[in-house]
Design a protein around this ligand. Sequence first.
Ligand SMILES: [Cu+2]
Length: 271
Amino acid sequence: MKKIIFVLLGLVVSLSLTIPAFAHFQMIYTPECALEKGGKIDLKLVFTHPFEAGHTMDMGKPEQFFVVRSRGENEPKKTDLLQTLKPITWTSLTNSGKAWETEYSARGGDHIFCLIPEPYWEPADSFYIKQNTKVIVNVGGEPGKWMEPVGLPTEIVPLSKPYDRWTGNVFQGVVMLNGKPVPGAEIEIEYMNHKPLLDKNAFAKEAAVEAPQDAFVLQTIFADANGVFTFGIPRAGWWGFAALDLDPDYTYKDKKCSRDAVIWIKAVDMK
Ligand SMILES: [Cu+2]
């Protein structure tokens, strides 16, 4: 009996080691998405596994990093932030990886931060991954054009205001490729389960929740025939949504490149 248990345990261990490195998540992290007042905010660009604070991949120099600011009905204004990025090393629970940071002076209205990263070569999968990522920060409650596409090649466009979600609300978005909805898109969802420590450029060791089984680390949903997805938010904090491989024939340097779209939202408890 004991022997059988050991064999089974060995099998479990070896299986968990051979699981492909899925659930890579591009983060644009800032502590708050709904600020009362304007001021300097920190932004960290990290390519990692947020639920487990797991393996952090080395990011190359991003192709683009910019913000689109809008206020009321005013025409949105785009500002390039690429030259403001400084390299950092981000430490996860298992390793360290190359990442980027900047500081930005946020003012009233919506700020849509957008990252187009350099494609990342994933040796475990033998393809490139390119996760175009958005996060929306509002100052003062004055809405802008958070609901409008920015025009990224792959993009999740929110149908719910991304910075006014209570815990228990749903979040809805449309998955887009080149401005057109992607019917049936597959979306992976992760909770930011370890607090990012801004001064240490690291994840906190303590986890907020424990996954009862591996399936819960990374949740999966699909968009409907109109490219629309819906997710009920079970807990306060940051949630990442990654729509995967939206352009299956896309290649980079003659290799397959998974073109993904990521958005982060933060929910708040009613209390
Ligand atoms: Cu991964």
